[in-house]
Ligand binder design. Structure first.
Ligand code: C2E
Ligand code: MG
Ligand code: MG
Ligand code: MG
Length: 286
């Protein structure tokens, strides 16, 4: 029991250890085991040729099926995984699972041109990422150009030279590189010409109000123009309305993803929903 003079209070939780902090500690503990308990899954969101509406590829997005909380968003647990230093493990799982799934699709005769995987900064800084990517491609027999790696603009902006050279090394494996969430980092753009990039993904915060907000339209137009002049493809994120598509096509952005075309889905559901679009045996089977 607590003594009233307070000298023995050390075995009680400090008042600032609020319920929120305890919840966070529990969540951390649970997240540490999530990978080994097979609680992570990937959903795949279609990336579309805006002209033909054909499937260009898919982006792999991780989800955590927490036993109590249900499906947890990567926006919540990826930052936590970075904090507690386990993003390397999770990131490598994502990479290998995406390659395994691509292998299975190819084996089933389903031609998905490419899969995109999101990278966290710590994967580039700490882990032997180049080796991990090379091994994943080799183990699942995936041609390098079928894998795209997405790094956020804010990651690239803060990255030291060593990290940037890891990107160069990755590129030399033959994989594609995309800048994710482009436009919100807003400062120095010189990295765009120093890095061997393939695509820039226009952040959904700008795409959202195309058709409503001329400032956002101006920004999107500028990003597309920037991409063009640097020889980079642009991909619009978060497309929800048809008028966004017409604007993007008019301005010369030819690829996109968003709820208008398809939500991120488990692998089987993606195939069921997109079967007509996927060349290969799978087409003839149904
Ligand atoms: P992101 O890579 O920019 O992915 C796009 C996010 O926008 C996804 O959220 C996707 O579900 C959502 N989205 C797609 N279309 C629409 C739309 O039309 N409207 C709206 N409002 N949202 C749309 P999600 O899956 O919750 O992922 C959030 C972020 O978590 C991702 O943003 C990415 O930065 C990160 N993330 C996801 N998977 C991984 C991973 O395996 N590794 C790392 N390091 N980060 C990941
Ligand atoms: Mg992404
Ligand atoms: Mg994004
Ligand atoms: Mg994002």
């Amino acid at each position: 029991q607590a003594k009233s003079d307070g000298r023995n209070d050390y075995h009680f939780f400090a008042p600032n250890l609020s319920a929120g902090v305890l919840e966070k500690l529990k969540l951390e503990a649970a997240l540490r085991g999530a990978c080994s308990r097979n609680e992570l899954i990937l959903h795949y969101q279609p990336q579309i040729d805006l002209n033909t509406r054909h499937l260009q590829g898919v982006e792999a997005l991780v989800r955590w099926l927490h036993p109590g909380l249900g499906m947890t968003s990567p926006a919540d647990f990826i930052p936590l995984a970075e904090d507690i230093g386990i993003i390397g493990e999770i990131g490598n799982w994502v990479l290998r699972e995406a390659c395994r799934q691509m292998h299975q699709w190819r084996r089933d005769g389903l031609h998905i041109p490419q899969v995109a995987v999101n990278l966290s900064v710590q994967q580039l800084e700490r882990e032997n990422l180049v080796t991990q990517v090379r091994e994943a491609l080799r183990d699942f027999d995936i041609p390098a150009q079928c894998l795209e790696l997405e790094v956020t603009e804010s990651l690239i902006m803060r990255a030291p030279e060593k990290t940037l050279s890891a990107l160069q090394e990755l590129k030399s494996l033959g994989v594609k590189l995309a800048v994710d969430d482009f436009g919100i980092g807003y400062s120095c753009l010189s990295y765009l010409k120093r890095l061997p990039l393939d695509r820039i993904k226009i952040d959904q915060s700008f795409v959202r109000d195309v058709g409503r907000d001329t400032n956002d339209e101006t920004i999107v137009r500028a990003i597309i123009g920037l991409g063009k002049s640097l020889g980079l493809e642009t991909v619009a994120e978060g497309i929800e309305e048809a008028r966004q598509v017409s604007f993007l096509l008019r301005e010369g952005c030819l690829s996109g993803q968003g709820y208008l075309f398809g939500m991120p889905l488990p692998a089987e559901d993606l195939i069921t929903q997109w079967r007509e679009q996927i060349p290969g045996q799978g087409n003839r089977l149904h």
